[in-house]
Design a protein around this ligand. Structure first.
Ligand SMILES: Nc1ncnc2c1ncn2[C@@H]1O[C@H](COP(=O)(O)OP(=O)(O)OP(=O)(O)O)[C@@H](O)[C@H]1O
Ligand SMILES: [Mg+2]
Length: 243
């Protein structure tokens, strides 16, 4: 039975889409069957981070409303275990029930279903997180981002069984300057840490090239993202040192 993992945050722009695409690609490269769902209704961009903008033709509403079968959703050219459903331009109130039904079916067909949640904690957040088994809360290392991540974690606790923190875009200099430690960050939010991802220009360069980060490079953020995927698969991988 597959697991549904939502990648979420409090504050917007923390790197949800980047990490969702990176983790999905890593899992697929490790032989897992992965369904990615762009939950950012009206503002989709997971297709770009996955290098699938030219083939992303089926939205999750197309599947919910029966215009397309889950089996017809496009596969990634290079990573054939990876399938994408994009976000529709809009979704009505009826989407919630259909979303649950679609995820039940997807759990039977895939090892992982990764949902890229929208910014903030509004109705899009509710739909993306309502039926998830696990959640990653992506935060920056700054106090405002961490506080918002803590708020998102509070909202997730009643429904999601396993919740982890990922801190993105960190640099050793920033760590030293703000005097933050990993333990401080976990204490502030009350979530166990699944990974630290460094600030890395390759994230943008990969997106510009239309190639998923883990295919573009095997250094920096790509390694950190791959480690997160391995930890999700229950491998023990030490936290990487931030340079
Ligand atoms: N580790 C990183 N190093 C450098 N740049 C990064 C890193 N992670 C993300 N970015 C950049 O930060 C910006 C925001 O990332 P992304 O779109 O993944 O965030 P998001 O949380 O999905 O945003 P939104 O809340 O708007 O959906 C992008 O330009 C992305 O390339
Ligand atoms: Mg996003």
């Amino acid at each position: 039975m597959g697991q549904v993992l939502v990648v979420t945050s409090g504050k917007g722009g923390t790197g949800k889409t980047t990490l969702c695409a990176g983790i999905a690609s890593s899992l697929a490269r490790r032989g897992q069957q992965v369904l990615c769902i762009d939950g950012d209704i009206g503002l989709r961009n997971l297709d770009i981070a996955l290098g699938m903008s030219d083939t992303a033709t089926v939205s999750f509403i197309d599947v919910i409303e029966g215009r397309c079968a889950l089996e017809d959703a496009p596969r990634h050219r290079a990573m054939t275990g990876l399938v994408l459903l994009t976000a529709p331009v809009s979704a009505g109130d009826a989407a919630c029930e259909g979303f649950d039904r679609m995820l039940r079916q997807a759990r039977l067909q895939f090892d992982w279903v990764l949902i890229d949640a929208p910014a903030g904690i509004g109705s899009g957040f509710e739909l993306a997180t309502a039926f998830a088994d696990r959640a990653l809360v992506v935060s920056g290392a700054d106090p405002a981002s961490l506080r918002d991540a803590g708020r998102a974690a509070q909202l997730l606790r009643p429904t999601v069984q396993q919740i982890h923190l990922v801190v993105n875009r960190i640099s050793r200099r920033l760590f030293r300057q703000i005097g933050a430690t990993v333990d401080d960050m976990m204490d502030q939010i009350g979530l166990p840490l699944l990974g630290l991802v460094p600030e890395d220009p390759n994230v943008v360069l990969a997106a510009v090239s239309g190639v998923p980060l883990v295919q573009y490079t095997a250094r920096g953020a790509a390694v950190a993202v791959d480690h997160i995927a391995r930890r999700l698969m229950d491998e023990k991988v030490a936290l990487m040192r931030i340079r």
